[in-house]
Design a binder for this molecule. Structure first.
Ligand SMILES: *[C@@H]1O[C@H](CO)[C@@H](O)[C@H](O)[C@H]1NC(C)=O
Ligand SMILES: *[C@@H]1O[C@H](CO)[C@@H](O)[C@H](O)[C@H]1NC(C)=O
Ligand SMILES: *[C@@H]1O[C@H](CO)[C@@H](O)[C@H](O)[C@H]1NC(C)=O
Ligand SMILES: *[C@@H]1O[C@H](CO)[C@@H](O)[C@H](O)[C@H]1NC(C)=O
Ligand SMILES: *[C@@H]1O[C@H](CO)[C@@H](O)[C@H](O)[C@H]1NC(C)=O
Ligand SMILES: *[C@@H]1O[C@H](CO)[C@@H](O)[C@H](O)[C@H]1NC(C)=O
Length: 413
């Protein structure tokens, strides 16, 4: 009986975690910016600062009713950081609004006080958008924060003492302060990554021995022994690094091998339940891995006939929605935006109150199961008692019969 009840119980549980269902939110056959006027747009196209055929989203963050995208910096991209609404009543897909303003982009070529090239994006637990800015050949790389709950107040948080292509960042909000871990790379390999400590107001690099660092993800905030996950641009291995030592200021770490991806990941993201999502170069699918289990990839989402080096970018919002763009460099629609309710939130989201609601729910499921088991057992016992009684009756009837026969036999004819 127990295996049967347990099987039902497990079935109920697993149906709670079935694969995500994506719906399409927007589809663009051409992306465009929200220009101050048609004249500015025409002028920008004529003078070469704008080329509508070259807009590719690379990084994403979502907060409230806004989506933020970093665009690949190509000639003809006047702003590398844009926003768009999470929903629109219009049939036409929304245009991209330079964020936080046109002023921080278009006129900023060579001006190191402006955003040169936005790359990795993260929203922290108080609604600040962190923007990793590669800088340019004249300007150092930077970290910006934009307070999404406070009129998009923009702050140049940090100027790194280096230049050149930045890739991605993750945040670590610990009791010992807030840290931003960022990686670099593009055409070349880096055997190190950067740490910025907000409280110390300084950054430093951590050498990673023989391990090349490119994509980066962070374990859920609630996990006591936090881990940084890293992968390279040229190999398929996944490594982890303990965060305790990083917070403590170590300058060298030996990453621990975790497993092998099927391909080379360019983006990784972890949710607050410890599921890691990954996207790969030249691959038409994203995969996921439940980090509470041994390393094993599962296909998360596959798009028909997708042909691009960086097809996907994704983010989790604070409402349990997984947002993802799938873009094609050759065919139309050039980009699509999908969403799916996965129930899990960003790794930075940890609400102990919610946890207790969840444990109350699990508690309730357990109580219901126990009652169910007791009821089934009672039915079984009742059945068994009835059966036994019937069997006893039959037996005593038989004995009576035998007795009769004996009496009959002993009867003289
Ligand atoms: C090109 O046109 C845009 C839009 O008017 C303007 O802001 C920008 O300064 C111009 N750039 C050059 C190099 O002329
Ligand atoms: C952080 O350090 C920079 C110099 O590296 C300085 O200009 C800035 O004012 C400091 N910020 C804070 C909040 O102390
Ligand atoms: C942090 O650094 C201090 C001094 O450098 C050392 O005593 C301590 O053990 C370190 N803690 C961890 C968790 O590495
Ligand atoms: C971090 O904070 C905890 C207590 O909140 C403390 O025990 C620990 O030593 C701190 N670690 C560092 C590296 O400062
Ligand atoms: C991940 O695996 C653990 C351990 O097997 C399981 O308890 C948890 O429900 C799984 N998480 C998801 C989201 O399926
Ligand atoms: C995805 O790509 C693989 C090989 O690159 C191909 O076999 C598969 O059919 C593609 N899937 C879809 C849905 O297009």
């Amino acid at each position: 009986m127990c295996p049967f009840v347990c099987a039902i119980f497990l079935l109920c549980l697993s149906s709670l975690s079935t694969a995500a269902k994506f719906t399409q939110v927007y589809k663009w056959s051409e992306m465009d910016f929200e220009w101050p006027s048609e004249a500015t747009r025409t002028q920008a196209m004529e003078n070469g600062t704008y080329n509508p055929k070259k807009i590719y989203p690379r990084y994403m963050a979502v907060y409230g009713t806004r989506i933020f995208l970093s665009l690949e910096k190509l000639a003809g991209i006047p702003a590398t950081l844009v926003s768009l609404p999470t929903s629109s009543a219009s049939y036409a897909p929304p245009k991209l609004t330079p964020f936080p303003s046109w002023d921080l982009h278009l006129h900023g070529k060579g001006d190191c006080e402006k955003i040169q090239e936005a790359r990795g994006l993260e929203v922290d637990s108080v609604g600040r958008l962190w923007v990793l800015d590669s800088g340019s050949d004249k300007c150092n790389s930077k970290l910006w924060t934009i307070d999404l709950n406070n009129k998009d107040q923009t702050k140049l948080m940090h100027r790194f003492s280096l230049r050149g292509l930045m890739h991605d960042l993750v945040l670590d909000e610990s009791t010992n302060g807030t840290f931003a871990y960022s990686t670099r790379g593009g055409a070349w390999s880096e055997y190190k990554f950067n740490i910025f400590s907000k409280d110390k107001n300084e950054s430093w690099t951590v050498e990673t021995q023989e391990v090349e660092i490119f994509s980066i993800a962070m374990s859920p905030k609630k996990e006591q022994s936090g881990k940084l996950y890293v992968s390279s641009l040229n190999w398929k291995e996944l490594f982890s690094i303990s965060i305790a030592a990083l917070r403590n200021g170590t300058r060298a770490e030996n990453p621990k091998p975790i497993g092998h991806w099927t391909e080379k990941p360019y983006r990784m993201l972890m949710d607050n339940r410890g599921t890691m999502y990954a996207a790969f170069r030249w691959q038409n699918h994203t995969t996921s891995w439940n980090s509470s289990q041994i390393f094993q990839e599962q296909t998360f989402y596959e798009v028909v006939e997708l042909d691009s080096e960086w097809p996907f970018t994704f983010a989790l919002d604070e409402n349990g929605i997984f947002w993802m763009t799938a873009c094609d460099e050759e065919k139309k629609p050039i980009c699509r935006l999908f969403k799916a309710a996965v129930g899990a939130k960003s790794y930075l989201y940890w609400d102990p109150a919610e946890e207790s609601i969840l444990s109350t729910r699990l508690h309730n499921i357990l109580i219901v199961s126990v009652i169910f088991i007791i009821l089934i057992s009672l039915v079984f016992i009742a059945f068994w008692i009835l059966q036994t009684k019937k069997w006893n009756d039959d037996l005593s009837e038989n004995i009576n019969d035998t007795h009769h026969m004996k009496i009959l036999k002993s009867c003289p004819n």
